[in-house]
Design a protein around this ligand. Sequence first.
Ligand code: HEC
Length: 182
Amino acid sequence: MQTADPFNRGGFMAFVFSMVFSLAFFVYISLINQGVDLREIPEEADLTAPEMGLAATEDSAEVDLSQISELWVSTEVLVAHGRQVYSVNCAMCHGPGGQGDGPAAAGLVPPPANLVTGPWKQGATSVALYQTLLKGVPGTSMAAFAHLPKEDLWALVHYMRSIAQNKPDDDARELEEFARSL
Ligand code: HEC
């Protein structure tokens, strides 16, 4: 039979350890790491830092496109806006990168055009692309997008020309005349 240990060594050690730990923790939070006062915003806090989600994004939504007088002239802002409009209206068929491989492309006859390599049955000048968007491609599932605002249509044209590899040059005069006639 085991005799009772009047001096419970294990229990005593556990007690000592817990006291030392509590003391160390108390010293730590009271003297070493006092934490932050949540009522105070640190002066150095940068509210526009990217991790705050408030920084300018590629999204051009904050830019007022209606202030752009020459929409037919490609700019980074318009291309970025076009990319957005494209991802909402076109990517399901023409694919995220324009290669005609969107999720809705399967089974379409004819398949959606590859907007990177062509071939450009309707033409790939800015004027031709704009007209394709206005009219669609009859006999295919390519609908007209004439209901979109002018800003969106020009932005789409600029985005498409930014990803197209073998596009013909624009005739600047013809382009401006066309744009002004719209
Ligand atoms: C329902 C699927 C579908 C959607 C959505 C769609 N397209 Fe198309 N697109 C097609 C098909 C199909 C064709 C015709 C391909 C052909 O003629 O061989 C086409 C043709 C085109 C062409 C002519 C290419 C050429 O051969 O010259 C352009 C430009 C184009 N699409 C741009 C767009 C843009 C920009 C959007 C979004 C605003 C869009 N499409 C939305 C299916 C789609």
